[in-house]
Ligand binder design. Structure first.
Ligand code: HEC
Ligand code: HEC
Length: 464
């Protein structure tokens, strides 16, 4: 496709997307309670307002089953349209919206024209105990598969590509189910802008290290003072807008949308983790709590009343988990975030030289498998048993079966073939910890505990 054609399509999309924006900007003032940041307004905005160009339209989504592999395609052919929608939701990791029976996905804004535009829940809205849970990481998302198959459907139907289709030809979107290359999307999009977010012409694509990340749960947001795996950025409403850096959004859009993101910030602050749904053995958990407080609390904090959270960043050599993410977001990237509009030109604290990874709060930790920033460890039991973590693993079913005994994803461990010879390990359903950015090593702190101490800590973790 020629550059002109691309620009025409972009221009069209800008027009389209500005057409669909709902609501008007009302400046918020802290003194006036009627316009104070409102969590429920934040949630409504996330569900209904498109901030980036659409990914595809309703017709494409309804027809996508035709490009599926067998035997799924035949199953879809025989199914009712409702069953087909369910098959598609399961294939791509989409859910319905809580308390809503319209069939609309939590993860997309769908407007009256049938345009499907991803929202933050695309990565930050999943399910817990089989029910949709906004703010839970979308551990089922199959972004690369979704975009590849909707692109093939557009070709079949003779429809024009959307910006995401070009993006996905230029870089991997996410090589395993539940993880995405989101950090690098941000790095690339930021490279084309100056500090005031004006789009600069003629900038070459930056050198980057593609890698996949598991989105953190939003119910950590309340406690955290600094965000991201390396804890480099103080939290603020502007930083939440990085996801909207599509080229069709100039600096004026960011300024106009600031109040929306004050509401979205308030919504994120209001989220709480789901309680563990099964019974917990109180004596064992009580013992686990004492061990946790001696062994883990210095980094992960305490969970009594009031809770205490140290916001501690652990040097990369000491934590020893996969370091690709740490190296991929460079000092220069963090410096440019420090100098730009997102951090209020450095008014919010930015750690340009962050030493390693932030120890996250562990509230609701039972519900956010897989673990570590790259999603390399399927259960809490495996976090507690560093020597027994699987090298190559696969979820047992697409609908995350919960492993109550190990607390996390129910998986099959596959026998590792020599790297590079196992064609199947390129499948998004297989997590091969030998691939770059996917190591499950490190965080060996639990090794100092006996087997019965680890069982007690596992029980305690269910109560957080
Ligand atoms: C394509 C997937 C994707 C989408 C869409 C997305 N995020 Fe994220 N988000 C991530 C990933 C992955 C991380 C982890 C990045 C890191 O730690 O370096 C993250 C991290 C964050 C964090 C830091 C959380 C923490 O505890 O450190 C916040 C806040 C956040 N995202 C907000 C948003 C908002 C608001 C939107 C929508 C406007 C959004 N995200 C859309 C994937 C996504
Ligand atoms: C020296 C600090 C430190 C100590 C001690 C420590 N941790 Fe961690 N922990 C971290 C850091 C940093 C991470 C993030 C690592 C990553 O994502 O790569 C982490 C991650 C985790 C995670 C995964 C969190 C998630 O959302 O994926 C769990 C679970 C966990 N730790 C449990 C424990 C338990 C249980 C103990 C005590 C036996 C413990 N940790 C001791 C620093 C520590």
């Amino acid at each position: 496709m020629t550059l002109e054609r691309r620009q025409v399509i972009w221009a069209l999309l800008v027009t389209l997307s500005s057409f669909f924006l709902l609501g008007t900007a009302q400046p918020l003032t802290a003194d006036d309670p009627s316009t104070a940041a409102d969590p429920s307004r934040g949630y409504t905005l996330l569900l209904n307002k498109a901030y980036v160009p659409r990914y595809f339209d309703q017709q494409v989504f309804d027809q996508v089953w035709q490009v599926w592999p067998e035997p799924l395609r035949s199953a879809a052919e025989k199914a009712t349209s409702e069953q087909r929608r369910e098959l598609a939701f399961a294939r791509y990791g989409l859910t319905s919206r809580p308390g809503d029976n319209t069939g609309l996905p939590l993860q997309f804004v769908v407007d009256h024209e049938g345009n499907w535009t991803p929202n933050c829940f695309f990565c930050h809205g999943g399910s817990v105990s089989g029910a949709p849970y906004p703010g839970a990481p979308n551990a089922q998302l199959a972004m690369q598969t979704l975009i590849k198959e909707t692109r093939a459907t557009k070709l079949r139907l003779g429809k024009p590509f959307d910006p995401v289709d070009f993006g996905s030809l230029l870089m991997p979107l996410g090589t395993t189910r539940g993880t995405t290359n989101a950090v690098i999307f941000g790095v690339i999009l930021a490279a084309f802008r100056d500090h005031d977010l004006n789009i600069l012409p003629g900038i070459p694509r930056p050198q980057v290290t593609h890698h996949d990340m598991d989105a953190p749960p939003w119910w950590y947001f309340q406690k955290k003072q600094t965000l991201y795996a390396d804890g480099f950025a103080e939290k603020g409403h502007r930083g939440l807008m990085q996801f909207a850096m599509d080229r069709s959004n100039g600096p004026e859009k960011f300024r106009a949308w600031e109040d929306d993101f004050r509401h979205i910030f308030a919504y994120m602050e209001s989220l709480t983790p789901p309680p563990y749904p099964a019974t917990v053995k109180p004596d064992l958990a009580g013992r686990g709590r004492l061990i946790f407080e001696q062994t883990c609390a210095e980094c992960h904090g305490t969970y009594g009343e009031p809770p205490e959270y140290p916001n501690r960043i652990v040097p990369i050599e000491e934590i020893g988990t996969d370091r690709v993410r740490y190296d991929a977001l460079t000092r220069e990237h963090r410096q440019s975030y420090r100098d730009n509009w997102f951090s209020q030109y450095g008014k919010e604290k930015v750690l340009v030289n962050t030493p390693g990874y932030l120890a996250p709060p562990l509230d609701g930790i039972w519900a956010s498998a897989p673990y570590f920033h790259n999603g390399s460890v399927p259960t809490l039991w495996h976090v507690l048993h560093p020597q027994e973590r699987p090298t190559v693993w696969k979820r047992q079913t697409q609908q995350s079966a919960f492993d109550e005994q190990h607390v996390g994803l129910r998986i099959d461990e596959l026998s590792p073939r020599p790297a590079g010879t196992n064609r199947a390990s390129a499948s998004p359903e297989i997590f091969d910890t030998r691939r770059p950015g996917k190591s499950a090593q490190g965080h060996r702190f639990p090794e100092q505990l006996s087997e019965s101490e680890r069982a007690a800590v596992l029980e305690y973790l269910k109560t957080l």
